[in-house]
Unconditional design. Sequence first.
Length: 246
Amino acid sequence: MSKTITIEPRQGNPPPRLWETPAGMINSIGLPNKGLDGFLRQDLPRLAELPVPLVVSVMGFSREELGRLAERVGDRPEVAMLELNVSCPNVESGLIMGADPGETARAVEHVRPLTERPVIVKLTPNATDPAAVAEAAEGAGADAVSLINTLKGMALHPDGGGPWLGGGTGGVSGPAVRAVALEQVQAVAGRVEIPVIGMGGIASGRDAADFMAAGATCVAVGTESFRDPAAGRRVASELAALAPSA
């Protein structure tokens, strides 16, 4: 899975960008990337050398931007799947695309005819009804949904000098959000027929098995990789060892 790319290059948020919490971390990265052209020219050739299927995450501030990204990226043979990161506001409506079922449906409907690649919609946990958003994505042609994204949080400077993170606030991830993620995965899996990719604080095979018991088809490991760069392989091995009883 690539980091999310946008049409234009982004520098991201000013530092500091990370804060460790007792059960995870807060990140305020701000989606730094080289933009669509820079990604296709510089990053994609290197990512394509990895011995795994490549999923590219894209984010636009309008349906037209999302469509342009999906069409250009999805046209490349190196790319196996696309992820639509719909956690940003639509500049035309002001609504967060992934928090409103109607906005999500319109975004997916616009993208779907532009690429033959499977499309994953990354759901925000900050929607009033994530399962309704998932249903809207499915109805509009999404091939899968993934959840949860980070929860909004902040950290204060140890000397009392205001927010620590350069962006003021950031996204909380890691074991601290696992219980929220499990509930939302179960709710979404009960409402859609398409695959559900579960994530949010998975740090062991037992955690992965819990997500799959809640209805996830497969899982993703993120924050744990900061602590253990081989976490993905370890979690997969632990999950396989649990298979007879999980």
